[in-house]
Structures are given as structure tokens and as C-alpha cells.
Design a protein around this ligand. Structure first.
Ligand code: S2G
Ligand code: ZN
Length: 456
């Protein structure tokens, strides 16, 4: 079936060996079989257009593949699909200082973009632990968030233009990098977060901004979760936060053990808030800290005295995901509005304690954005299959609470395969009908990432 690929691309652009199929047929999820039929490496937009036309003629399924750092199975190929890797479409094509715009091919690694922006005296602010491997095309396809959303927003907010090859092979050039363009539906925003189900993002015009001044990092020990939100409110009323993250004592234990890092505070707390802000706001931050101590919300705190110490404090948060990976965590990536967070966390914590009394539960996340990462760690005495089955059984109970609060069952990791069957907890039947209609318009041949995000 995929022999037709040889008509479309050179032999150097096609791999069918077992190692390549295994390497490119996965993302960071480990709960799905890996079975692509081939991996192809387009080198131009024309290659992508020809590939999509071929797929429609031959009935091939195409799975877009960027840095393969996804956490919901969105880039997994389990049913003989052709994986389309953008590793060779990784060039920065243009930079226009007057527009503060950089034009990237989809395969540009996020960190390379950040570095390039710095070389131009500018700043690309969307950042997360996987930025050294993730690609801008995949960041756009999942509307990646990360640790600076509270100040700089999500990937969507930095996409000024997008070139997309749709599932029918049409090339759409959306918005051309304009700041203002009131000429109807903004199609670029359809493709941001579409997880490769509507078309291939091949190029993007990315906005850059002025770099912030030197930053300070503060870690505070907090004993009641709802006080973490009170601390957020107190600091936000006093200064601009670049980041406001949180993690539980269990998360801290796992990271300090895994990375052999010193604990940040002498005293143990139930939760920790990690704040980042401009050094120029130091005085305001100290006043806010004193106020939080006086209120009894915070028992202790530390502020970075050097960039090295700031980096070490950030490791306590950014190292969590890697530090718990060996526990085969069952991941939930939940969001509710910040105002709903204290009650929501109490409800979910009670559900988890009631249903998982014997499981270690690791809380962390971008609390300033209303985003909680609830990771349940697999006990040694359970097989992964039994463990996931038990976790899967309670997910609907947790998602019911999310739905009750008009929250999201996938705040930033996307839907992919992992959350596909739970979409109705966050999207109405009317919305799902529109989403399916859009899929039909843009990918009538159902060649684009079939089975991901939407049930076929
Ligand atoms: C985070 C990274 C992936 C995970 O640390 O903010 O989004 O482990 C996560 O959930
Ligand atoms: Zn996250």
C-alpha cells in the first residue's frame, strides 16, 4: 500500500526499518501500540502537498510528527499509518525587525527559536521543560502552554501567520503576519490546537517581544492548598508575575531525590509555590511575602540570590515530570477558572483519597492559569495494565467535577488518543458537531491523523 510513497518522495526521504518505525511512531505517552507502515521526511511545502494528494488517492493515513514530546498520544501511529516527520523542514526562513516577526518552518526546535530571538535582541516567551526537543509546528498544533502563560499567554498568542496544507491538499496562507486583519474568520486559529487533524502546519510567522529584565525566583512553603490561591492573589495585586507554579511535598521529594537537589526550605510544607518576577519588583515582592506570612498563609520562603540559584529553584518544578516518569504515572491535566480552584482541588483530592488510598498522588502545575497536573504513581505491586484500568475507572468521576465547573479535561497536553473518549465532559454536543463538520470540510478524505481528538 505505501509503495506509492516511492512515486512521491526520494528513497532518502522514506524509512521502513523497524528502528525508525519505533523511533518516529511514538510521542511521550507509553500506553499505545506503535505500528506505522513508514516514516517520511518531506523537505518542502511542495513535498507535503504531493504527499497529501497521494494519501487521498491511495487512502493512506498520515500522522504529523514534530518533536514527539506530546503527552496524549497525538503523534502515535498504531495502525499502519505513515508518519510525516518535520525534522528536515527545520529552517528559520526570515526575520523582519520592524515587524518583530520570525518565519519558521514547522520543524524548528522551540529552543532554537528562543536562541535565535535572543540573538536578535528579542524574546520568544513560551517555554516548558521539553523545549529542547519540541518543534514549533507541534507547539502550534497543541497550542502549547508551559510555565510563562500567566504573563505571556499561550503559543496561540504568538502566531501571527500560518501556512497550512489542509487534508485535501490545499495550501492556506493565513493572516500573513498582520497585526490587524478584519476580513472574516481568522482561519489560523482553527489550526492552532488542531493536533494535526485538519492539515499540516508547514510554516509559521512567530511574533517576538522585548526581553524582560533580570528575574528573581521565590519558593514559598504553604500548608493549605487554598492559601496557595490567596498568595497568588496577594502577589498579583502588587506586581507582575512572570510565573506562578505550585507542587506538593511528594513532588518535591521525588525531584530532590532524582536530581540530588537540596531542599529549598528548612521546614517541610504540604505545598510549595514557585514565583518568578522582575528583579525591579523585589521590594514589592518582599512586602507581599511579609503580608502572606502575617496572614498565616506562608510559613517560610526563599528568594534566589543568583541566576544559578534561580535555575536550581526552577529545577524543583521543571524536573517533576522526568523525576516521576519511572512510576508510569497516570496523568491528568485539568483546568478550571482560578476562582474555582480551591473547591475543585478539595473535591478531586477527596475523590482520589477515597478511590486511591493506596496510590501515591503527585500534584503540581501552572496554578496561576488554573491548570493542575494530577499524576497518580503506579505502585510496584500492580502491572501497568491493571493500574491504568483502575485509574481509567475513576477518571469519569474526576471529569464530572471538571464538567460541573465548566473546566477542561485537557488544559494544555491536548486530546490525542488519551482524552478522545472523554471530550463530552468539556465540549457540548453542538460544539462537537461543528468540530466534525470542520474536519469534513478540511479533511474530507479523513487522511489527517485519523482517530485522534475526534472519534471517526
Ligand atoms: C508540566 C509536563 C508534562 C507532565 O510539568 O507542566 O505539563 O508531566 C507538564 O505533565
Ligand atoms: Zn504543564
Amino acid at each position: 500500500m505505501t509503495q506509492a510513497l516511492d512515486e512521491c518522495l526520494s528513497s532518502k526521504q522514506i524509512r521502513r526499518d523497524a528502528d525508525s518505525l519505533q523511533h518516529w511512531g511514538v510521542d511521550w505517552t507509553r500506553s499505545f501500540p506503535v505500528a506505522p507502515s513508514a516514516v517520511v521526511f518531506p523537505e518542502s511545502t511542495d513535498d507535503v502537498i504531493r504527499l497529501v494528494q497521494l494519501a487521498n488517492r491511495e487512502g493512506l493515513s498520515l500522522v504529523p510528527s514534530g518533536g514527539r514530546t506530546g503527552l496524549s498520544g497525538g503523534a502515535v501511529a498504531s495502525n499502519g499509518e505513515v508518519v510525516v516527520s518535520f525534522d528536515r523542514m527545520n529552517r528559520i526562513l526570515d526575520f523582519e525587525p520592524a515587524d518583530r516577526l520570525v518565519t519558521c518552518q514547522a520543524g524548528v526546535v522551540t529552543q532554537a527559536l528562543q536562541t535565535y530571538a535572543g540573538e536578535q535582541g528579542l524574546f520568544y516567551p513560551v517555554d516548558f521543560a521539553s523545549s529542547g526537543s519540541s518543534q514549533i509546528g507541534g507547539n502550534i498544533a497543541t497550542n502549547a502552554g508551559g510555565i510563562k502563560v500567566i504573563r505571556y499567554g499561550l503559543t496561540r498568542d504568538w502566531v501571527a501567520g500560518l501556512r497550512v496544507v489542509t487534508g485535501s491538499g490545499a495550501l492556506l496562507d493565513c493572516n500573513h503576519g498582520l497585526v490587524k486583519n478584519a476580513t472574516g474568520y481568522d482561519l489560523r486559529h482553527l489550526f492552532v490546537g488542531s493536533e494535526g487533524t485538519l492539515g499540516f502546519i508547514v510554516e509559521a510567522d512567530i511574533r517576538l517581544t522585548a526581553p524582560p529584565g533580570p528575574q528573581l525566583v521565590m519558593v514559598l512553603g504553604v500548608n493549605r492548598f487554598r492559601d496557595v490561591l490567596a498568595v497568588l492573589g496577594r502577589f498579583q495585586s502588587a506586581l507582575t508575575l512572570s510565573a506562578f507554579e505550585f507542587f506538593s511535598e511528594l513532588a518535591l521529594k521525588k525531584v530532590t531525590a532524582h536530581r540530588e537537589l537540596p531542599r529549598p526550605l528548612a521546614e517541610q510544607a504540604a505545598f510549595y509555590a514557585l514565583l518568578e518576577f522582575d528583579e525591579s519588583a523585589m521590594e514589592l515582592a518582599l512586602q507581599a511575602f511579609e503580608a502572606c506570612v502575617d496572614e498565616g498563609w506562608v510559613q517560610d520562603g526563599v528568594v534566589s540570590q543568583s541566576q544559578a540559584q534561580a535555575a536550581n529553584l526552577w529545577q524543583l518544578r521543571e524536573g517533576i515530570s522526568e523525576s516521576i516518569a519511572d512510576y508510569t504515572p497516570y496523568k491528568n491535566d485539568l483546568a478550571v477558572r482560578v476562582s474555582q480552584m480551591p473547591d475543585f482541588l478539595d473535591e478531586v483530592d477527596a475523590l482520589v483519597q477515597e478511590n486511591y488510598p493506596d496510590f501515591e498522588v503527585c500534584w503540581y502545575g501552572h496554578i496561576g492559569d488554573g491548570n493542575l497536573h494530577l499524576n497518580i504513581l503506579k505502585p510496584n505491586n500492580l502491572t501497568a495494565e491493571t493500574f491504568f484500568q483502575r485509574c481509567h475507572e475513576i477518571s469519569p468521576r474526576i471529569f464530572e467535577r471538571v464538567a460541573f465547573r465548566n473546566g477542561s479535561i485537557s488544559a494544555e497536553h491536548g486530546v490525542g488518543l488519551l482524552k478522545r473518549d472523554f471530550l463530552a465532559y468539556s465540549r457540548s454536543s453542538e460544539e462537537l458537531a461543528v468540530m466534525r463538520a470542520l474536519k469534513q470540510v478540511l479533511d474530507p478524505g479523513q487522511v489527517m491523523n485519523p482517530g485522534k481528538l475526534l472519534v471517526r
